[in-house]
Design a binder for this molecule. Structure first.
Ligand code: GRF
Length: 212
């Protein structure tokens, strides 16, 4: 059953004014949540003038939920039932997210493509993080595919981007920020992953600082 919830599609300025000085962030995760952690720490130390009003995960056991609980933030496990239509799930998810009054919805390792049934509720207010440069390696295992492309001498570097999510295009949309990540001859996949994640944490927080 879809709960009775506040109107969706509010303008960012209005919702943040109504709910205090700070910008509200609802974070969607599917796994480890290290980017969520970077956001939580930036909020806690005051670098990021925002508050995380809820963390929602579609995967059972996503450690991001535990990080939210430790920070005493609502942590909601909200999987898609097998027998539920994709758009019905996305609409119900939008209602759930809207109930936490997001100024921005942040996809921080959310491994599910959202349809317009979700996105139309939050025009220009959904932000995604992708561990590669714009137009490169969309979808899963982006770091591994970049590493393999480097080994085939097809690329010299990879990167990270933060972008708006206007539609169902995978890891595509207006770019808010991007940063090149070097790949070195001695790199292993693990060392490259560690470097990419470090850049992700900084780039995501810096981007949110600039838009909040
Ligand atoms: C990040 O590399 C993100 O770009 C990708 O999934 C990973 C999530 O990492 N979409 P974490 O859950 O934030 O640790």
């Amino acid at each position: 059953m879809r709960p009775s919830l506040p109107t969706t599609g509010e303008q960012p300025a209005r919702s943040s004014r109504e709910l205090g000085d700070k910008t509200n962030l609802v974070i969607l995760v599917s796994g480890h949540g290290s980017n969520l952690q970077a956001i939580l720490e930036a909020c806690a130390d005051g670098h990021l003038r925002a508050q995380v009003t809820a963390v929602i995960a579609n995967k059972r056991g996503a450690y991001g939920l535990e990080r939210a609980r430790l920070a005493e933030i609502p942590a909601i496990y909200y999987p898609k039932p097998i027998d539920q239509e994709r758009r019905a799930y996305d609409a119900a998810l939008a209602d759930l997210v809207a109930s936490y009054h997001p100024t921005w919805v942040v996809l921080a390792g959310w491994m599910r493509v959202l349809s317009s049934a979700f996105l139309d509720h939050f025009p220009n207010r959904v932000v995604n993080l992708h561990p590669a440069l714009p137009g490169t390696f969309p979808g899963v295992n982006a770091i591994q595919r970049a590493f393999e492309a480097y080994q085939r001498r097809e690329i010299q570097h990879t990167g990270v981007m933060v972008h708006l999510v206007p539609d169902e295009g995978v890891d595509a949309g207006p770019v808010l920020a991007q940063e090149v990540v070097p790949i070195y001859p001695g790199d292993t996949l693990e060392s490259l992953e560690a470097r990419v994640h470090q850049v992700e944490h900084q780039l995501l927080v810096n981007t949110l600082m600039s838009i909040c």
